[in-house]
Write a new protein. Structure first.
Length: 230
Protein backbone atom coordinates (compact mmCIF):
# COMPACT_ATOMS: atom_id res chain seq x y z
CA UNK A 1 0.00 0.00 0.00
CA UNK A 2 1.11 3.56 -0.63
CA UNK A 3 1.79 6.14 2.06
CA UNK A 4 -1.39 7.92 0.95
CA UNK A 5 -3.52 4.77 1.31
CA UNK A 6 -2.21 3.87 4.78
CA UNK A 7 -2.40 7.45 5.98
CA UNK A 8 1.16 7.16 7.28
CA UNK A 9 3.94 9.50 6.20
CA UNK A 10 6.85 8.12 4.19
CA UNK A 11 9.58 6.85 6.51
CA UNK A 12 12.23 9.24 5.19
CA UNK A 13 11.55 12.62 3.54
CA UNK A 14 12.93 12.70 0.00
CA UNK A 15 15.14 15.67 0.91
CA UNK A 16 16.87 13.58 3.58
CA UNK A 17 17.82 10.80 1.19
CA UNK A 18 20.72 12.93 -0.11
CA UNK A 19 24.20 11.97 1.06
CA UNK A 20 27.70 11.77 -0.38
CA UNK A 21 27.21 8.24 -1.74
CA UNK A 22 23.92 8.96 -3.52
CA UNK A 23 25.37 12.15 -5.03
CA UNK A 24 28.36 10.20 -6.38
CA UNK A 25 26.26 7.31 -7.72
CA UNK A 26 23.85 9.71 -9.42
CA UNK A 27 26.70 11.51 -11.15
CA UNK A 28 28.32 8.24 -12.26
CA UNK A 29 25.07 6.97 -13.78
CA UNK A 30 24.58 10.23 -15.65
CA UNK A 31 28.18 9.87 -16.86
CA UNK A 32 27.24 6.40 -18.11
CA UNK A 33 24.29 7.96 -19.95
CA UNK A 34 26.60 10.52 -21.58
CA UNK A 35 29.10 7.89 -22.76
CA UNK A 36 26.25 5.73 -24.02
CA UNK A 37 24.89 8.66 -26.07
CA UNK A 38 28.33 9.28 -27.56
CA UNK A 39 28.72 5.61 -28.45
CA UNK A 40 25.35 5.47 -30.25
CA UNK A 41 26.14 8.70 -32.07
CA UNK A 42 29.52 7.38 -33.25
CA UNK A 43 28.12 4.09 -34.56
CA UNK A 44 24.66 5.05 -35.83
CA UNK A 45 24.58 8.85 -36.12
CA UNK A 46 23.24 11.66 -33.97
CA UNK A 47 19.64 11.38 -35.16
CA UNK A 48 19.41 7.82 -33.85
CA UNK A 49 21.22 8.82 -30.64
CA UNK A 50 18.70 11.64 -30.06
CA UNK A 51 15.75 9.32 -30.68
CA UNK A 52 16.95 6.55 -28.36
CA UNK A 53 18.03 9.06 -25.73
CA UNK A 54 14.52 10.55 -25.63
CA UNK A 55 12.92 7.09 -25.40
CA UNK A 56 15.22 6.03 -22.58
CA UNK A 57 14.69 9.20 -20.55
CA UNK A 58 10.92 9.01 -20.94
CA UNK A 59 11.07 5.43 -19.63
CA UNK A 60 13.20 6.48 -16.64
CA UNK A 61 10.93 9.48 -16.03
CA UNK A 62 7.87 7.20 -15.88
CA UNK A 63 9.60 4.95 -13.34
CA UNK A 64 10.58 7.90 -11.17
CA UNK A 65 7.07 9.37 -11.33
CA UNK A 66 5.50 6.01 -10.50
CA UNK A 67 7.90 5.51 -7.58
CA UNK A 68 7.02 8.94 -6.23
CA UNK A 69 3.25 8.36 -6.58
CA UNK A 70 3.49 4.98 -4.80
CA UNK A 71 5.50 6.57 -2.01
CA UNK A 72 3.74 9.91 -1.56
CA UNK A 73 0.43 9.53 -3.38
CA UNK A 74 -0.80 11.20 -6.56
CA UNK A 75 -0.33 14.98 -6.23
CA UNK A 76 -3.14 17.48 -6.70
CA UNK A 77 -1.79 19.22 -9.78
CA UNK A 78 -4.72 21.65 -9.81
CA UNK A 79 -2.94 23.25 -6.87
CA UNK A 80 0.04 25.27 -8.15
CA UNK A 81 1.78 24.80 -4.78
CA UNK A 82 1.46 20.99 -4.98
CA UNK A 83 2.58 20.97 -8.62
CA UNK A 84 5.57 23.14 -7.75
CA UNK A 85 6.53 20.86 -4.86
CA UNK A 86 6.40 17.65 -6.87
CA UNK A 87 8.47 19.07 -9.74
CA UNK A 88 11.12 20.35 -7.34
CA UNK A 89 11.25 17.03 -5.51
CA UNK A 90 11.50 14.84 -8.61
CA UNK A 91 14.13 17.15 -10.09
CA UNK A 92 16.28 16.61 -6.99
CA UNK A 93 15.71 12.85 -7.12
CA UNK A 94 17.31 12.77 -10.56
CA UNK A 95 19.93 15.53 -10.20
CA UNK A 96 21.52 17.78 -7.58
CA UNK A 97 22.55 21.42 -7.44
CA UNK A 98 26.05 20.59 -8.63
CA UNK A 99 24.66 19.05 -11.81
CA UNK A 100 21.75 21.34 -12.55
CA UNK A 101 20.78 24.68 -11.06
CA UNK A 102 17.06 25.34 -11.28
CA UNK A 103 14.09 26.72 -9.42
CA UNK A 104 10.32 26.80 -9.81
CA UNK A 105 8.09 29.83 -9.40
CA UNK A 106 4.47 30.88 -9.93
CA UNK A 107 3.38 31.83 -13.44
CA UNK A 108 4.76 35.37 -13.97
CA UNK A 109 1.61 36.19 -15.96
CA UNK A 110 -0.54 35.41 -12.94
CA UNK A 111 -2.03 32.22 -14.41
CA UNK A 112 -2.76 28.99 -12.50
CA UNK A 113 0.39 27.21 -13.71
CA UNK A 114 4.04 27.37 -12.66
CA UNK A 115 7.32 27.71 -14.49
CA UNK A 116 10.62 25.88 -14.05
CA UNK A 117 13.75 27.92 -14.76
CA UNK A 118 17.07 26.14 -15.37
CA UNK A 119 20.15 28.37 -15.31
CA UNK A 120 22.86 25.73 -15.57
CA UNK A 121 22.82 22.13 -16.86
CA UNK A 122 25.64 19.60 -16.73
CA UNK A 123 24.51 17.86 -19.94
CA UNK A 124 25.10 20.99 -21.99
CA UNK A 125 28.56 21.41 -20.48
CA UNK A 126 29.46 17.80 -21.30
CA UNK A 127 28.09 18.00 -24.82
CA UNK A 128 29.94 21.23 -25.47
CA UNK A 129 33.18 19.65 -24.22
CA UNK A 130 32.60 16.61 -26.45
CA UNK A 131 31.78 18.87 -29.43
CA UNK A 132 28.38 17.23 -29.76
CA UNK A 133 26.16 20.16 -28.80
CA UNK A 134 25.27 21.04 -32.38
CA UNK A 135 22.56 18.67 -33.56
CA UNK A 136 21.66 17.54 -30.05
CA UNK A 137 17.91 17.38 -29.35
CA UNK A 138 17.13 18.08 -25.70
CA UNK A 139 15.00 15.22 -24.28
CA UNK A 140 13.72 17.38 -21.41
CA UNK A 141 10.05 17.33 -22.46
CA UNK A 142 10.20 13.55 -22.93
CA UNK A 143 11.71 13.05 -19.48
CA UNK A 144 9.23 15.42 -17.82
CA UNK A 145 6.38 13.83 -19.79
CA UNK A 146 7.46 10.51 -18.30
CA UNK A 147 7.25 12.03 -14.81
CA UNK A 148 3.65 13.09 -15.30
CA UNK A 149 2.66 9.77 -16.90
CA UNK A 150 4.18 7.91 -13.94
CA UNK A 151 2.42 10.22 -11.50
CA UNK A 152 -0.87 9.60 -13.29
CA UNK A 153 -1.65 13.30 -13.74
CA UNK A 154 -2.78 15.25 -16.80
CA UNK A 155 -0.80 18.44 -17.36
CA UNK A 156 0.29 20.61 -20.26
CA UNK A 157 4.08 21.07 -20.16
CA UNK A 158 5.73 23.47 -22.62
CA UNK A 159 9.32 24.45 -23.29
CA UNK A 160 9.28 28.24 -23.76
CA UNK A 161 13.01 28.93 -23.77
CA UNK A 162 16.06 26.70 -24.26
CA UNK A 163 19.77 27.30 -23.66
CA UNK A 164 20.59 24.75 -26.33
CA UNK A 165 18.99 26.97 -29.00
CA UNK A 166 20.37 30.26 -27.68
CA UNK A 167 18.10 31.10 -24.76
CA UNK A 168 19.48 32.71 -21.62
CA UNK A 169 17.86 29.94 -19.56
CA UNK A 170 15.70 26.87 -20.07
CA UNK A 171 12.12 27.70 -19.15
CA UNK A 172 9.17 25.32 -18.85
CA UNK A 173 5.53 26.22 -18.25
CA UNK A 174 3.41 23.57 -16.56
CA UNK A 175 -0.33 23.72 -15.97
CA UNK A 176 -3.04 21.27 -15.01
CA UNK A 177 -5.24 20.33 -17.98
CA UNK A 178 -8.14 20.01 -15.55
CA UNK A 179 -7.72 23.66 -14.58
CA UNK A 180 -7.76 24.64 -18.25
CA UNK A 181 -10.91 22.54 -18.75
CA UNK A 182 -12.69 24.26 -15.86
CA UNK A 183 -11.75 27.66 -17.26
CA UNK A 184 -12.99 26.66 -20.73
CA UNK A 185 -16.29 25.38 -19.30
CA UNK A 186 -16.71 28.66 -17.41
CA UNK A 187 -16.16 30.67 -20.59
CA UNK A 188 -18.56 28.42 -22.51
CA UNK A 189 -21.19 28.77 -19.77
CA UNK A 190 -20.87 32.55 -19.76
CA UNK A 191 -21.14 32.56 -23.55
CA UNK A 192 -24.23 30.34 -23.44
CA UNK A 193 -25.83 32.57 -20.80
CA UNK A 194 -25.07 35.67 -22.86
CA UNK A 195 -26.51 34.03 -25.99
CA UNK A 196 -29.61 33.01 -24.04
CA UNK A 197 -30.06 36.54 -22.70
CA UNK A 198 -29.62 38.01 -26.17
CA UNK A 199 -32.14 35.52 -27.59
CA UNK A 200 -34.65 36.35 -24.85
CA UNK A 201 -34.13 40.06 -25.47
CA UNK A 202 -34.61 39.60 -29.22
CA UNK A 203 -37.76 37.54 -28.68
CA UNK A 204 -39.15 40.18 -26.29
CA UNK A 205 -38.35 42.96 -28.73
CA UNK A 206 -39.95 40.99 -31.55
CA UNK A 207 -43.09 40.36 -29.50
CA UNK A 208 -43.32 44.03 -28.53
CA UNK A 209 -42.86 45.06 -32.17
CA UNK A 210 -45.60 42.65 -33.30
CA UNK A 211 -47.91 44.00 -30.58
CA UNK A 212 -47.32 47.59 -31.68
CA UNK A 213 -47.87 46.65 -35.33
CA UNK A 214 -51.11 44.84 -34.42
CA UNK A 215 -52.35 47.82 -32.42
CA UNK A 216 -51.46 50.13 -35.32
CA UNK A 217 -53.29 47.92 -37.80
CA UNK A 218 -56.36 47.81 -35.55
CA UNK A 219 -56.30 51.60 -35.15
CA UNK A 220 -56.05 52.10 -38.91
CA UNK A 221 -58.97 49.71 -39.47
CA UNK A 222 -61.10 51.55 -36.93
CA UNK A 223 -60.30 54.89 -38.55
CA UNK A 224 -61.32 53.53 -41.93
CA UNK A 225 -64.66 52.26 -40.56
CA UNK A 226 -65.36 55.65 -38.96
CA UNK A 227 -64.56 57.41 -42.24
CA UNK A 228 -66.85 55.01 -44.13
CA UNK A 229 -69.77 55.73 -41.78
CA UNK A 230 -69.33 59.47 -42.20
Amino acid sequence: MTAQETGKPATTPVGELENELTVALRQFWWLHDARWYQGVKKRFGQEVANEINAEALRFVGRRVGSWYANREGTPDVCSPAALQDVIETITRIMTNEGMMRSHTEPDPDGGPGIQTVITEHFALRMLRAARSLEGYDCPCLDMRGGWFEGLGVDVRDENRECMRTGGAVCRFHTESVQTESVQTESVQTESAETTSAETTSAETTSAETESVETESAETTSAEREELYRS
